[in-house]
Design a protein around this ligand. Structure first.
Ligand code: GLC
Length: 519
């Protein structure tokens, strides 16, 4: 394979010359290569293991799909880089153009790396192609995930030389790209495009840290023993990638202010509380937003009728449609309590399953959508048998049904044990579905508890991991629904008009980019 320069040489020795007339994908030279443009332009590279709408398993994909777009809207030149998984469909592949290919270095390996490009909504997306690592049915859960994402992280760093792109900030996310700040330290002396690039690392969930045996340090990650120390990757005799990123990055963020505080406690930090304490000076929590164009009940084609805070009539129609399609009895008067989630312990499903009968003792209907641990699925299936027409258990993943639920349900139950940010509660609020949440992480930061004296608030919340507390606020919510329709409407309006757009959060990220780069 030859590069436009003619020979195959690693970027540390030769920077590829872009095809004539085009520099860095723009039609003007890179300002820094000439030094004649005094503007404080911002060039950001956002490295992520998933990104909506191309490929998604969780909230990280939503953030990667929305934050770069918001930054681009503020005048940044933003590129997003992610693996070209098999699951990325033809509809996207057909819009990509092939840019380059080269071989990178990963310990003793020199794997192939192809780069494809797609432009959308002012953002340039780079897809890293390597079929050995990414042509697989699931994006995570393989025996060699450590190697796959080390490869990706290496590709992120090395491709900057080949693509001749100078990011000011390299923003990486979660353990899958945790090696990026470390490879940046390694390579910035050799890749001129990275000589003054700063790194920002965002923790979306500290539970998954990327922990591997110490032999992987050299053999898989290609790092020398110097990195195996207490202020970098070493963790109880193993390599811990997230720990390394927290030390190596110029700045660390997490996805809500409350989660940033909670991370000081071992209950939330999963063993990294000491690392967090050590790095508290460069850690900040920024609440995620949601894509308010995508999640808009006035425009969402997944709904049977559109509605808005001013014109709520359509929501009744959506409720009837939801009841029909989910097997609930058609009844406009029974409030529908919904859960849409992965059915795992930390989402609070021990509380939900313990409370099923008490909840069903209220005059309500309930619907649960999601897959996960067998014991929860089984508990919900049993409830469906026991309460036919009033309890609907849909143990599957269904974007269509989830839209119908956001649109048609009345209450959205999210009693998470921990929740770094959580997006569903914000989506629910946008659709006038009132959240009932535990006060943790982003749930605490996004839901303002209803105050019956002032009418303020956007939802209901409780503090402790306790079934009675949860059912207590649920019954308050159900009472308000049944007995005070005016107050309920006002509450819906508050929820629907709360500002969860990315603007605010994007500003906060820009501030951090500014601090680290000095721009
Ligand atoms: C993770 C967190 C979730 C957060 C999302 C996006 O999935 O568990 O709370 O909303 O990342 O940051």
């Amino acid at each position: 394979m030859t590069t436009p320069g003619g020979t195959l040489s690693p970027p540390r020795y030769a920077v590829t010359v872009p095809p004539s007339g085009r520099h860095n994908g723009r039609d003007t030279p890179h300002p820094r290569s000439r030094g004649w443009l005094p503007l404080p332009l911002n060039f950001d590279l956002f490295a992520t293991s998933e990104c909506a709408p191309f490929i998604k398993t969780g909230g990280l994909a939503d953030v990667a799909g929305a934050l770069p777009k918001a930054l681009a809207g503020n005048g940044h030149d933003v590129r997003v880089i992610l693996p070209l998984y098999e699951g990325i469909g033809e509809e996207w592949r057909s819009q990509m153009t092939y840019l380059q290919c080269f071989h990178i270095t990963l310990a003793w390996r020199s794997p192939y790396c192809g780069i494809f490009e797609l432009k959308r909504d002012g953002v340039t997306y780079w897809f890293v192609d390597n079929e050995y690592y990414f042509k697989r049915s699931n994006i995570y859960g393989h025996y060699d995930d450590g190697e796959r994402f080390a490869y990706f992280s290496r590709a992120v760093v090395e491709s900057m030389g080949w693509l001749n792109w100078h990011p000011d900030v390299l923003h990486c996310n979660d353990w899958q790209t945790a090696l990026v700040p470390i490879y940046l330290l390694e390579e910035r002396h050799r890749i001129p495009q990275l000589c003054d690039t700063k790194s920002v690392f965002t923790i979306h969930n500290i539970e998954y840290q990327g922990r591997y045996g110490s032999q992987t340090l050299k053999d898989v990650f290609g790092l020398n023993d110097g990195y195996f120390n207490e202020h970098m990757l070493a963790y109880h005799g193993d390599v811990n990638l997230m720990k390394g990123a927290i030390y190596a990055a110029d700045y660390v963020t997490t996805v809500s202010p409350t989660y940033a505080d909670e991370l000081q406690y071992s209950f939330y930090a999963h063993g990294l509380e000491g690392v967090i304490a050590d790095n508290r000076h460069k850690l900040r929590g920024i609440l995620n937003g949601i894509d308010t164009e995508v999640y808009d009940p006035w425009r969402d084609k997944g709904l049977t009728k559109f509605f808005s805070a001013r014109q709520m009539a359509g929501k009744k129609n959506c409720k009837a449609a939801l009841q029909q399609m989910s097997g609930l009895r058609e009844n406009p008067d029974a409030p529908i309590i919904a859960c849409v989630s992965r059915l795992v312990r930390h989402k609070g499903f021990d509380l939900v399953t313990a409370a099923i009968h008490e909840i069903m003792g209220m005059d309500v209907q309930m619907i649960v959508l999601g897959t996960g641990d067998w014991n929860y699925e089984e508990a919900f299936r049993q409830a469906q048998n026991q309460y036919p027409g009033r309890f609907a258990a849909h143990m599957m993943y269904s974007p269509n049904l989830s839209t119908a639920i956001y649109g048609g349900a009345d209450l959205f139950l999210m009693p998470s044990i921990s929740e770094p940010c959580g997006l569903s509660q914000m989506i629910a609020m946008r659709y006038g579905t009132i959240p009932v949440v535990r006060e943790t992480g982003g749930l605490r930061d996004s839901v303002v508890p209803y105050n019956k004296f002032t009418g303020e608030g956007t939802g209901f919340s409780f503090a402790n991991i306790n079934v009675q507390e949860m059912t207590g606020v649920l019954s308050e919510a159900v009472n308000l629904y049944h007995n005070e329709p005016k107050a309920w409407k006002a509450l819906q309006k508050n929820a629907m008009t709360a500002d969860f757009s990315w603007e605010k959060s994007a500003k906060a990220y820009e501030e951090i980019y500014g601090w680290v780069t000095g721009k």
